[in-house]
Design a protein around this ligand. Structure first.
Ligand SMILES: NC(=O)c1ccc[n+]([C@@H]2O[C@H](COP(=O)([O-])OP(=O)(O)OC[C@H]3O[C@@H](n4cnc5c(N)ncnc54)[C@H](OP(=O)(O)O)[C@@H]3O)[C@@H](O)[C@H]2O)c1
Length: 325
């Protein structure tokens, strides 16, 4: 089968089209004919050897796909060949076929196209599990979302709004601010031009945000600790800035604040029921029109390196999706 291959740690330019043997589903697994693969910042880290998981070479990046079930392994009753699914594969999604554990796949709702589906699970799942399960966001609270026009950030804006929060978005350009507002943020701050910490205090009568969703890290995390409310929660989502902050733990005590880690993908192995429940809630919200996935660009498989570069260069908004067939 055709696949985009990573054969050594490096940037997107080091990836090349190649052939891999078609995988076969083992017990409890399904083989999927991939129709589209959603790209994530994590893919850019994985090909550089900077991600938590470092697969053996050669491998294809791509951790979320949509497609059709081609074959089921022993003991799989919930899927049959021909079913349209979304699946989490860890890596291997930028290929014509991929095998996943059946617990890591869900059926596509009627009317959801493969491109939208391929970009849905990771960002909305992370936003929902992060905000509801980890931060216990309550209606009426103030939610501050950083990198709010990016994949996971834009999803957090929509999910937070649906949960009844007042959403403040931070982004690096006017265009990104407009996008975040169009997806539900009541306020937007350009953190390249304004000190977001002061502005958040201003918008909250000096109290600060109750929950902060931070996929950026570095200086953004450091400043977030200075504009969080009493009993606030900061969700550590990622480090798109490339810097991992040090935490002065005395600050957590002074404000009774919590710094809460979120590794959504870990639920795939630790407790996939959490993902399935979250998925049902998100689909219900999609159905009622509360979620409006934003796919900013689609690329063919051979052009996936260009797509990954757009993520690394901070040009992409919402989701970028690669179509396979
Ligand atoms: N914990 C989890 O389970 C989980 C799940 C999904 C994603 N993540 C993490 O969340 C982060 C964002 O992922 P994503 O897929 O949403 O990425 P993305 O679509 O590329 O968005 C990242 C956003 O971060 C901001 N940013 C700030 N500094 C940046 C830099 N130096 N390079 C690139 N972007 C920068 C950009 O917004 P501005 O230009 O507006 O600043 C950009 O829109 C990544 O670290 C990823 O690993 C974690």
């Amino acid at each position: 089968m055709k696949a985009l291959l990573c054969t050594a740690w490096g940037g997107p330019d080091a990836l090349a089209m190649g052939e891999l043997p078609s995988p076969a589903p083992g017990s409890g697994e399904i083989l999927i004919g991939v129709r589209a693969c959603g790209l994530n910042f994590a893919d850019t880290l994985m090909i550089q050897g900077k991600y938590q998981e470092r697969p053996d070479f050669p491998f294809s990046p791509g951790l979320e796909v949509s497609g059709e079930v081609l074959e089921t392994g022993v003991g799989v009753d919930e899927f049959a060949p021909g079913d349209r699914v979304i699946a989490l594969c860890g890596h291997g999604g930028l290929a014509e076929r991929v095998v996943v554990a059946s617990g890591n796949a869900v059926r596509l709702p009627e009317g959801m196209d493969f491109v939208t589906a391929a970009g849905f699970a990771v960002v909305y799942g992370t936003a929902h599990v992060g905000l509801e399960r980890r931060a216990r966001l309550q209606a009426g609270e103030v939610l501050l979302v950083h990198g709010a026009a990016g994949g996971v950030g834009l999803a957090a804006v929509e999910v937070g709004r649906r949960m009844g929060a007042t959403v403040i978005a931070t982004c690096s350009s006017e265009e990104k601010m407009a996008l975040a507002k169009a997806h539900g943020a009541q306020h937007a701050i350009n953190y390249r031009e304004e000190n977001f910490r002061d502005r958040v205090k201003e918008l909250t009568d000096g109290r600060g945000a109750d929950v902060i969703f931070d996929p950026v890290g570095g200086e953004v995390f450091d400043q977030s600790m200075r504009c969080i409310n009493w009993e606030g929660r900061i969700l550590v989502i990622g480090f798109a800035s490339g810097t991992i902050s040090e935490l002065p733990v005395n600050l957590t005590l002074v404000k009774n604040m919590s710094v809460v880690g979120v590794y959504w993908g870990a639920y795939r192995k630790q407790n996939s029921a959490v993902l399935q429940q979250s998925w049902q809630q998100l689909l219900a919200w999609l159905d009622e029109g509360a979620l409006t996935p934003h796919i900013s660009a689609t690329y063919a498989l051979a052009e996936a390196p260009v797509a990954l570069t757009s993520l690394m260069e901070r040009r992409a908004t919402g989701k970028v999706v690669v179509t396979i067939v």
